[in-house]
Design a protein around this ligand. Structure first.
Ligand code: ZN
Length: 188
């Protein structure tokens, strides 16, 4: 169990006693948690999207917003979390809506930097759905900033990736941004 061994070594490095009661099972728990939080490595975005690609004549923007994002920053192995907003304009094909949050999870459950996470989501949609354009915005708070006394506890990092029509047409970008900003949550 090399991961568990490594956690024991970390605990010792912190000046802890890995043998004390409260820590006895910690290496096992941490290894299990880390495996789950990085389970995206074993998943294939192409297979996920191909499971639910449908031919349609709909050619207006499709937007799934406020998707929860939980990821680990690759620099500190600390969490960052926030929301992703994903939009595309179909070109004869759409993907089942539930696949979009799963695609986000797939890339978020890897060691990440927020910029790359944003681009990977957009590029996967571009490549496997081949729409007229894709827009992805991720807003997130990073524990490595919040917990280490940078005194920026409430700052949110914003990243975006615009491809195709979202890059070329300002009107498309503006529609995307205004839909993301508008409330529009059922019951709210
Ligand atoms: Zn970090």
């Amino acid at each position: 169990m090399p991961m568990q061994e490594a956690v024991r070594t970390l605990l010792e490095g912190m000046g802890e006693d890995p043998g004390r009661e409260g820590l006895e099972k910690t290496p096992e728990r941490v290894a299990k948690a880390l495996k789950f939080l990085t389970s995206g490595y074993g998943q294939d975005p192409k297979a996920l999207i191909n499971e639910a690609l449908f031919t349609v004549s709909y050619d207006e923007m499709v937007l799934v917003k406020d998707i929860d994002v939980f990821s680990l920053c690759e620099h500190h192995l600390l969490p960052f979390h926030g929301k992703a907003h994903v939009a595309y304009i179909p070109n004869g094909r759409v993907v089942g809506l539930s696949k979009i949050p799963r695609l986000v999870d797939m890339f978020a459950r890897r060691l990440q930097v927020q910029e790359r996470l944003t681009v990977q989501i957009a590029e996967a949609i571009q490549e496997y759905i081949q729409p007229r354009g894709v827009g992805v915005i991720v807003e997130a708070m990073h524990f490595c900033m919040m917990m280490r006394g940078v005194e920026k506890q409430n700052s949110v990092a914003l990243t975006s990736c615009m491809l195709g029509g979202f890059r070329e047409r300002q009107a498309t970008r503006e529609e995307f941004l205004s839909l993301v900003r508008s409330g529009g949550r059922l019951g709210a």
